[in-house]
Design a protein around this ligand. Structure first.
Ligand code: GLN
Length: 202
């Protein structure tokens, strides 16, 4: 990472706190010196420079996005180029195309996503990923009932693949999606990458 701690310590990154492992994301951000307020209502989006949508249960988060009146404001922000990062269930909620219907989401990122793509046998696993934008060493990724990226549009850059070639991390402009859980390991390079993108573009 070229950009160090100080350049993004001024950032305020909201963490969607409706359901799922938002506390873990907040802890990583705060360890990096970044303010990480919980976002539960539209007013909580004021003053944040970006938003993380955590892992959890995408159907539940989708329902709560609607009942807390966050779905429309977030759709609009995503369309306006606001930085968003979805991890696992969060990635499902960022996708324009889903293998299932009936999960109203942000439809922000030009990716097709399949939920629970690894089935029951391999519910959870870890894999060492080569992620060029993070450099060395390999990135140990934790997958929990994870989705995969099935197709990507022309504006999307795949950042990481499983050994069989399946894309599991991607970005499109200021949108970042990871099928795994960077908040559950002590390696904060993905969080720093998200912050670095925001610091560069503002
Ligand atoms: N399987 C969950 C879903 O479909 C995602 C799992 C996760 O976020 N760890 O929403």
């Amino acid at each position: 990472m070229v950009i160090g701690h100080l350049s993004f310590a001024m950032a305020t990154i909201g963490v969607l706190a409706l359901q799922g492992d938002f506390r873990e994301h907040r802890r990583v951000l705060e360890d990096l010196g970044v303010a990480a307020p919980e976002v539960r209502l539209p007013g909580d989006l004021e003053g944040v420079d970006g938003l993380i949508i955590p892992g959890g249960e995408s159907t539940t988060i989708s329902r709560l996005l609607r009942t807390s009146h966050l779905l429309e404001p977030l759709r609009k922000l995503a369309g306006d180029g606001f930085p968003l990062w979805g991890t696992c269930a969060g990635m499902i909620l960022l996708a324009k195309r889903l293998d299932e219907t009936g999960i109203p989401a942000l439809e922000a990122m030009d990716i097709g996503v399949r939920r629970n793509a690894f089935g029951r046998q391999v519910d959870s696993f870890e894999a060492d990923l080569q992620v060029a934008v993070l450099g060395d060493p390999l990135y140990r990724a934790v997958f929990i009932r994870a989705p995969i990226i099935e197709d990507v549009g022309p504006a999307v850059e795949v950042l990481a693949r499983l050994p069989d070639g399946t894309p599991v991390a991607a970005r499109q402009g200021r949108l970042l999606a990871t099928a795994f859980h960077p908040e559950l390991t002590s390696d904060s390079r993905f969080h720093r990458f998200f912050l670095e993108q925001i610091a560069r573009q503002t």
